[in-house]
Design a protein around this ligand. Structure first.
Ligand SMILES: NC(=O)c1ccc[n+]([C@@H]2O[C@H](COP(=O)([O-])OP(=O)(O)OC[C@H]3O[C@@H](n4cnc5c(N)ncnc54)[C@H](OP(=O)(O)O)[C@@H]3O)[C@@H](O)[C@H]2O)c1
Length: 209
């Protein structure tokens, strides 16, 4: 299945996923506040990628990756309208400038985005995966777990396909409400990697029996 995916926020995560998904044959549009910059990156990446403004990207793509900082949601919202019927993949961690979660426990960025875009299919995914791991999600011969949660079966199917195609083990963790548990997991990873001296060469893996 080939998708048309608009990347809103072509930074580290956005460009990394654009590269991988473009190489896999998906149609990629980079959506930036600076369309000329997006065009340049797109032409450098190849694979018929396009670069545009944020509003144009949201209009043109069926699937949108939200890969911008949490504080930018209000700016992006002004540009992109209701996104009716579109899939929104939210990989945002709502991190403050001091490195803690801006919200959590009883609410999450995923739930906030689902509330703000009630006509879209919002899914929380990929937020707990370190940018460098997308290119090679295999650890000691085992695929990293890619957890996702959403109220939309359609969004879950698409994210499961994309994650499996990249080499992850996709795991459905239920409704979008569970983003309030998935966002702290990313913070745990950051603490372990960068504040406890473990470094980034580890990931989370669901073991079952
Ligand atoms: N880095 C990771 O390992 C990682 C892992 C999982 C999840 N995440 C999450 O992914 C998101 C992006 O992280 P990143 O590391 O890729 O950050 P980044 O490299 O700083 O890229 C963020 C992008 O967001 C866009 N942006 C910034 N302010 C904006 C605004 N006011 N309005 C619209 N767009 C704006 C920028 O694109 P333009 O300037 O082109 O508009 C920028 O390229 C964050 O929410 C982060 O928590 C990151």
């Amino acid at each position: 299945m080939t998708y048309t995916i608009g990347i809103i926020g072509p930074g580290q995560i956005g460009v990394t996923l654009a590269t991988i998904w473009g190489e896999a044959g998906h149609n990629i549009i980079l959506g930036s506040r600076e369309p000329a910059k997006a065009e340049t990156i797109a032409s450098e990446l190849g694979n018929n990628m396009q670069g545009m403004g944020i509003a144009e990207t949201a209009e043109a793509a069926d699937i949108l990756l939200f890969s911008f900082p949490w504080y930018a949601l209000i700016d992006v919202q002004r540009e992109i309208g209701k996104c009716e019927g579109k899939i929104i993949i939210d990989c945002i961690n709502p991190i403050t400038s001091s490195g803690s979660l801006a919200l959590g426990h009883k609410w999450s960025a995923g739930e906030e985005i689902a509330r703000e875009f009630p006509l879209a299919h919002v899914i929380k995914a990929f937020n707990h995966i370190y940018v460098e791991h997308f290119k090679n999600p295999v650890f000691d011969g085992k695929p990293a777990t890619a957890y996702y949660c959403s109220n939309s079966d359609k969004a879950k199917q698409i994210v499961a396909n994309l994650a499996a195609e990249m080499g992850f083990d996709p795991v459905d963790i239920g409704p979008i409400k569970h983003a309030r548990y998935l966002e702290p997991l990313a913070l745990l990873w950051i603490q372990m990697a960068f504040h406890m001296g473990n470094g980034p060469e580890f990931t989370f893996k669901l073991l079952e029996r």
